[in-house]
Design a binder for this molecule. Structure first.
Ligand SMILES: [Zn+2]
Length: 577
């Protein structure tokens, strides 16, 4: 007899109520509107900072990043200053998928970010955006990959990277690619439902995140990059993606039995990039905490483990990268190294010029986000100079000084909140996070960052961007803390709004719904308010022992051959001359 899924979860990366609600009010997004009427809905608070890799990993584990070890697209070397790409192997906690398997439920997941390499689930797993190439073994079991390729051809995760979008023609091309990818994933999802149904199924679609990053500025008249001339062509780009995925959601739901519980979730929200840009390392320099190398010192560089020429630097930056770059990572790189597009300098040189043995605090400016601050702590960092006894006073000082950064037009502080690592992360891996996390995702604390170069060290740390369309391709949208949650099912309330739901609550809620005890070390809580009271009364909560940590196969080392390959790719992409 054919299996009927008990639960189907549709993931819409970065979907946000601030867009969906007004469109529904106008009669758009009919499938999501209908689900809301038949079920429960509300905001879903992401993890801090609200980034795709830690967010979906917290969703899958029910734990804060301190317990699963995924904080970003990249990991910072603990003792040094270098970075390398993270992927699903960076996750060090069991997933809810595994717990459901252990409890006897089969599970299939499609395109969830940070699930590469795929888990050997009872069911299947098709990895998401951390999949290196279509040739990589990103499907478990491997026979399913052959079957899918037979039916659908090459399975594509990639859209063209941001730096590609230099003309309207190319922007249109990227929108077409996004649509093609959505159509392929939608067809795969419907095929899996028909031919490989599991007790629990999850399908993720990424294009809302992409279109918001690339096209938000065209939809928003108040955006500093708004281009009235491009409005006819791209003014509807974001909405078209939402409506398309609303239709896909409808087609998936049509296939389900009436008693299947359905959730629609996003890992974080979205919103415009604002015109305030900070140069944080420049500011740290100006308050005496960061020093640049004197030019005569440049010979010392190799001893510090940072190469002098770009290729050596890149070998360092990507030193631990085992997998090749995905296009999402290329997109990310284009953001990280914006100046490369002008073939001038690139962000990493700003890092290269830091004199570590005279620097107490630095920002991971090389990362577009989050603009977090690291303390150059003695005994931890190779060139650390901050005594552990000085740590508290130093971080107090930085927090106070960050509060003094004001928008010159309003006189209001730019950064409304700075979190100490221990305020937002707890667990065995929390010391892998940055020391201070600056809020860039709240409406009262919006800004972006750019790399600080030594030659500009005396310029103001705050720049207000010109209000005109940019000739470069750049992000017009970024993330916000609140994603969406919609749920429909026979044990759920109908037409009800829910409050205070968090992304980490989904995993324990899923376990509860299926009668599986919830591990005590999950940080999320069962969302009892979404269930009908008679269901809650008849189904007491059951706790289970901690699910603990799982030491997966960590990536380590990077051969010369591999770094040569990465360099070759970067050169092809225009990152290197
Ligand atoms: Zn995301």
């Amino acid at each position: 007899m054919k299996k009927h899924p008990k639960v189907v979860i549709i993931g819409l990366d970065a979907a946000t109520w601030t867009l969906i609600r007004p469109w529904i009010a106008e009669g758009g997004m009919p499938n999501l509107a209908n689900l809301m009427k038949m079920g429960v809905s509300g905001a879903l608070q992401s993890v801090l900072p609200p980034l795709t890799p830690p967010a979906w990993t917290s969703f899958m584990t029910g734990k804060n990043p301190g317990k699963h070890g995924v904080f970003h697209f990249v990991e910072t070397e603990r003792e040094g200053y270098m970075m390398n790409y993270a992927n699903g192997a960076s996750r060090r906690s069991p997933t809810v998928w595994k717990l459901l398997n252990d409890a006897g439920f089969s599970v299939g997941t499609m395109n969830i970010p940070f699930t590469y390499p795929p888990e050997a689930l009872n069911g299947f797993q098709i990895s998401g955006l951390d999949t290196p190439t279509p040739k990589s073994p990103f499907v478990y079991p491997p026979s399913l990959k052959r079957e899918l390729v037979d039916h659908f051809g090459k399975i594509n995760h990639d859209v063209r990277f941001l730096g590609f979008m230099s003309t309207d023609r190319r922007r249109t091309q990227v929108l077409d690619e996004m649509e093609k990818i959505d159509r392929q994933w939608a067809a795969v999802a419907l095929y899996l439902l028909e031919h490989h149904p599991q007790d629990v199924l999850m399908f993720v679609f990424m294009s809302i995140d992409t279109v918001q990053h690339y096209f938000w500025q065209y939809t928003d008249h108040t955006h500093f990059l708004y281009d009235p001339k491009a409005e006819p062509r791209f003014g509807n780009a974001v909405r078209q993606v939402y409506e398309r995925l609303d239709a896909v959601t409808g087609r998936i739901i049509e296939k389900l039995a009436a008693n299947t519980t359905v959730f629609v979730v996003s890992d974080h929200g979205g919103g415009p990039v604002v015109d305030r840009t900070l140069f944080l390392n420049r500011y740290l320099h100006q308050i005496g905490l960061l020093h640049y190398r004197r030019s005569a010192d440049s010979d010392r560089l190799p001893k510090l483990g940072l190469g002098r020429i770009p290729s050596n630097i890149l070998r360092g930056v990507f030193s631990l990268l085992r997998t090749s770059l995905t296009s999402r990572q290329k997109t990310f790189l284009a953001e990280v190294f914006p100046a490369i597009r002008k073939r001038a300098e690139f962000a990493y040189t700003s890092f290269q010029n830091i004199d570590w043995i005279r620097t107490k605090a630095f920002c991971s400016e090389v990362l577009a986000s989050p603009p977090s601050i690291w303390i150059n702590l003695k005994g931890v960092k190779r060139r650390g100079i901050v005594e552990p006894s000085e740590y508290g006073a130093l971080t107090d000082f930085i927090i106070e000084k960050l509060g003094e950064l004001k928008d010159p037009r309003t006189g209001k502080p730019i950064i409304a909140r700075v979190y100490r690592r221990e305020q937002i992360f707890h667990g065995p891996f929390s010391d892998e996070a940055a020391d201070l996390v600056l809020d860039w995702w709240s409406e009262d604390s919006l800004f972006s960052t750019l790399p600080s170069f030594k030659k500009d060290r005396k310029k103001p740390p705050v720049m207000i961007r010109d209000h005109r369309p940019s000739e470069d391709s750049e992000w017009g949208g970024t993330h916000r803390i609140h994603g969406i949650l919609i749920g429909r099912g026979s044990m759920l309330k109908t037409d009800a709004e829910i409050e205070n739901a968090k992304l980490v609550d989904i995993a324990p809620t899923l376990l509860y719904l299926l009668g599986v005890p919830v591990p005590e070390d999950m940080d999320g809580k069962v969302l009892t308010s979404i269930f009908r009271s008679d269901f809650v009364a008849a189904h007491p909560f059951q706790a289970a022992d901690a699910s603990g940590v799982s030491e997966t196969h960590r990536t380590s080392g990077y051969t010369d051959e591999e770094s040569a390959k990465v360099e070759e790719r970067l050169r092809a992409l225009g990152y290197l001359e």
